[in-house]
Design a protein around this ligand. Structure first.
Ligand code: BMA
Length: 325
């Protein structure tokens, strides 16, 4: 039965997952990559000059990840450029910290500049790194912007209280989501914890920001991933929360249930099975949908759709049911 959210949006209550998989999934597999590689997954997404852009994490045959670029007119059918657009740097100071690959990019556009926050991997552990581009042809590395051990860095699409803001996950073993601020994108601080895993639930063992937050009148809509350890290994699912617009360390509502869980064969079986992991969305994509791009089984890329209103509605509904329980 349709319900209304606070802003009056209609909410559809159907199906097991709130994100509706596209029937043509997976949209990009290793067969679509023009150069030899092991797998493709966890792509950042954005629009540039009316085109859908995916920055793909491609794992080469040695097991190191690089970034490749895919373009599309409709958000479903992509063609991949013949060569990687970013590889682990051979120039210091990046070289030392990218030796084991570059992973899980997230793109945030601010004032026409596309900021790519990614994980730089080395023997010292994962660090956050930042690169920028204006056109997805030339990429400029900005710097390593965290100490190890940090992952899942996503930049907010505008300054908050005059400062840049990011979500990240310092200390993987603890697996909590944090917020930090910066005046110049280089030095980050004033850090505070935002969300932790919920005991016994689908996201109890580790959480991390997935896509860059989307600004809505209700708050920052954040799609995040949560991990539950099982006797068969970890299961990665997607969830959603609304953060306060002025102070995103305040969680306004948080869905007690996931919005996407691994169910299809391409999500269950892969280099790492039982994984759905998103690094990007397009808020007003095809037919006005929220398009959620996600890596499945660390082996291919898929897309699912929903709407911002439906996610807000389901988030509020689930939170309310949870409070009442
Ligand atoms: C996380 C990241 C992701 C990966 C996921 C599942 O820690 O490394 O890149 O998709 O694990 O293996």
């Amino acid at each position: 039965m349709p319900r209304l959210s606070r802003n009056g949006a209609r909410c559809r209550i159907s199906g097991r997952d709130i994100i509706h998989r596209w029937e043509g999934n997976p949209i990009i597999t290793v067969e679509d990559i023009p150069f030899r590689c092991n797998s493709v997954f966890n792509a950042a997404s954005t629009m540039c000059d009316g085109e859908y852009i995916l920055l793909l994490r491609v794992e080469d045959l040695r097991g190191r990840s690089v970034f490749a670029l895919a373009r599309s007119d409709d958000g479903y059918h992509f063609s991949v450029e013949p060569e990687p657009v970013m590889e682990p740097s051979d120039v210091e100071p990046f070289k030392t910290y990218e030796k084991r690959g570059i992973e899980d990019p997230r793109i945030t556009e601010i004032d026409g500049i596309y900021h790519i926050m990614y994980t730089a991997y080395s023997e010292y552990g994962p660090c956050l790194a930042l690169a920028t581009t204006l056109d997805f042809k030339t990429f400029t590395r900005f710097g390593i912007i965290s100490e190890p051990d940090n992952k899942d860095g996503v930049l907010f699409p505008k300054k908050i209280g005059g400062r840049y803001a990011r979500l990240d996950r310092p200390h993987s073993a603890l697996g909590n989501m944090w917020l930090s601020y910066s005046d110049d994108l280089r030095m980050w601080g004033d850090s505070r914890v935002v969300m932790t895993g919920c005991g016994g639930r689908w996201d109890c063992d580790r959480i991390g920001a997935s896509a860059p937050p989307i600004e809505t009148p209700e708050g920052w809509l954040e799609i995040y991933h949560g991990v539950k350890m099982t006797s068969g290994g970890p299961v990665y699912r997607l969830g959603v929360a609304l953060l306060d617009l002025e102070d995103p360390s305040i969680v306004l509502v948080r869905s007690a249930i996931p919005i996407l869980s691994p169910r299809e064969y391409y999500e269950r079986i892969g280099d790492v099975g039982n994984v759905v992991f998103s690094c990007g969305t397009i808020a007003h994509g095809h037919n006005g949908n929220l398009m959620v791009y996600y890596g499945a089984g660390d082996t291919c890329i898929c897309v699912g759709t929903t709407s911002v209103e439906e996610l807000i509605c389901r988030c509020m509904e689930s939170d309310a049911l949870d409070q009442a329980a």
